[in-house]
Design a protein around this ligand. Structure first.
Ligand code: HEC
Length: 105
């Protein structure tokens, strides 16, 4: 009974959408993205945007657009090129999970 349930679950998960994992995304982000976008998604360099708290749907779209060249950019084009859809979803899950607060002066 237990085995057949597990097998049914495994069969269902084949071909199912990737479940975006912010923990996996964080590891990738720290290795590749943090040098410019900061370890907390707050940018380290003046020409790179903050990513913390951006909606995942927006981040996924931008990364796919850099990858395809639809949004041309010298640096991000090169960085996005090797990313898989799953990696993009994990990265977006990480940055969108970060909570930011804004103070009105
Ligand atoms: C060498 C510095 C550098 C690195 C490393 C880098 N980026 Fe960027 N990123 C930039 C710059 C500069 C821009 C602004 C590009 C533009 O004007 O379109 C940018 C833009 C972006 C944007 C668009 C944000 C927006 O507001 O539209 C996303 C998303 C992004 N980067 C994600 C990533 C991810 C994920 C990684 C790691 C896999 C990464 N970047 C690594 C410099 C970098």
């Amino acid at each position: 009974m237990r085995t057949s349930l597990l097998m049914a679950a495994a069969a269902l998960s084949v071909g199912a959408a990737h479940a975006a994992d912010p923990v996996v995304g964080r590891t990738k982000a720290n290795a590749v993205c943090a040098v410019c976008h900061g370890p907390t998604g707050m940018s380290m360099v003046p020409n790179a945007p903050h990513l913390a708290g951006q909606p995942a749907i927006y981040l996924v779209e931008q990364l796919k657009n850099y990858r395809s060249g639809k949004r041309p950019h010298e640096v991000m084009g090169v960085i996005a090129k090797p990313l898989t859809d799953a990696e993009i979803e994990d990265l977006a899950a990480w940055y969108s999970s970060l909570q930011i607060s804004v103070q009105i002066p």
